[in-house]
Design a protein around this ligand. Structure first.
Ligand code: SAH
Ligand code: SF4
Length: 399
């Protein structure tokens, strides 16, 4: 069986699924028993339509039904078409818990939250992933300890709207993300914590404070803003302004001056004028990002912005190029600013050159250094000595 895991966030990602499926036709002719499945958010959004458009697909499964894969797979094997895009009552994580105890790589993701209630006017997530749900804190803690037992040293807490986390607390009531992070920081052997992706309106006081006083929380924050124009932010239903975002960044930097900021931007949102776009460039200049993702607006069926008048595609292309040039320049200078600094690296694997290991710095830069393979899985003090296009070079310091 081949199972494609798919993304529906922009049209290009969704269309790729069909071209990928088209390429599998030959495989199925050569191997008639081969089963082909589509999982993820395209499966969720398009459901049975995928099988109509591409009849070689045997199985379609949405993100909330992965625990039902064994039954679906059996049905497909028997020659049937298996489809499940429910939002089941039961918690898939309960059913996925009995995982093998195999050793894991040093850095792992741990889902703590799924779904989104924000309904930004451009975004399919609230429809494909459903309403916000947080996993109970004791489950998260148990899973984190299990990951550490299997060799994990760094955990990135994952959620579509992770800082809206409000999981059931072990002693009753609820914990927010900051409380969860503080508890996770007490897990022995777990050395680094990160979380992604956050919405500016859910950056509460205790979470901001944690960036200053929780040593295991790394100095890197992905905090998408999408646009620097208040008019566009309003049309996007973001419920924050450029100023409120910058005020938030100021508060974060007050507690953690070397915090490296990352963001997401959309250019060419319906109604975006040159002036609106200039406001985005202004915001980028004021914030100074260490890293960022930027996209051309992609109209998504069923979202509020889908029917609005579109910006000329050539104009959007030109704006994206200008924004990306600025962001690249900021990324370079953030990397350059690391040169000469002492920091730490969690080595993850062998590098491309003999004798070299690669890992991540505290600020999530890819770092390579000469070091013994035994250092994989260890957090090691280093000095950054050089900045390349997308990585840093370091020398290991004596601990
Ligand atoms: N929950 C996160 C991000 C979810 S999607 C947040 O609120 O930031 C990841 C990124 O994809 C978004 O931040 C946005 O920049 C981009 N994106 C989402 N929908 C898009 C669309 N229709 N067109 C272009 N980019 C989009
Ligand atoms: Fe999409 Fe993020 Fe907005 Fe939710 S908060 S609708 S996931 S962009």
């Amino acid at each position: 069986m081949i199972l494609l895991n798919t993304c529906h966030i922009r049209e290009k990602a969704a269309e790729k699924v069909y071209s990928e499926l088209g390429r599998m036709k030959g495989l199925k002719v050569a191997k008639p028993d081969l089963k082909i499945g589509v999982a993820g958010c395209v499966a969720q959004a398009e459901g049975g339509e995928i099988m109509r458009r591409q009849p070689l697909v045997d199985l379609v499964v949405g993100p909330q039904s992965y625990h039902r894969l064994p039954e679906l797979e059996a049905k497909a094997r028997e020659g049937g078409k298996a489809l499940d895009t429910d939002f089941p009552e039961e918690d898939k994580f309960d059913h996925l818990a009995a995982r093998p105890k195999a050793k894991r790589a040093p850095s792992a993701f741990l889902t703590v939250q799924e779904g989104c209630d924000k309904f930004c006017a451009f975004c399919v997530v609230p429809y494909t992933r459903g309403a916000e749900v947080s996993r109970p804190a004791d489950r998260v803690l148990r899973e984190a300890r299990d990951l550490v037992d299997r060799g994990v040293r760094e955990i990135t807490l994952l959620g579509q709207n992770v800082n809206a986390y409000h999981g059931q607390a072990p002693e009753g009531g609820e914990w927010g993300l900051a409380r969860l992070i503080r508890e996770l920081a007490t897990v022995e052997g777990l050395e680094r914590l990160r979380f992604t992706t956050s919405h500016p309106n859910d950056m509460e006081d205790d979470l901001i404070a944690a960036h200053g006083d929780c040593a295991k929380l790394m100095p890197y924050l992905h905090l998408p803003v999408q646009s620097g124009s208040d008019r566009i932010l309003k049309a996007m239903n973001r419920k924050h302004t450029a100023e409120s975002y910058i005020a938030l960044i100021d508060r974060l930097r007050a507690v953690r001056p070397d915090l490296l900021l990352s963001g997401d931007f959309i250019v060419g949102f319906p109604g975006e004028t040159d002036e609106d776009f200039e406001a985005t460039l202004d915001l980028v200049r004021r914030v100074g990002y260490g890293q960022a993702y930027s996209f051309k607006y992609s109209s998504r069926p069923g979202t509020p912005a889908a029917d609005r008048a579109q910006v000329d595609p050539d104009v959007a292309t030109e704006r994206l190029a200008r924004l990306q040039a600025l962001l690249t320049e900021q990324q370079r200078s953030a990397q350059q600013a690391m040169v000469g600094r002492e920091t730490s690296v969690l080595f993850e694997k062998l590098g491309r050159k003999p004798g070299q290991l690669v890992g991540k710095s505290e600020h999530l830069h890819a770092v390579h250094a000469d070091a013994e393979p035994e250092m994989i899985g260890k957090v090691v003090p280093v000095r950054i000595v050089e900045s390349a296009a997308n990585s840093l070079r370091a020398v290991v310091l004596q601990a």
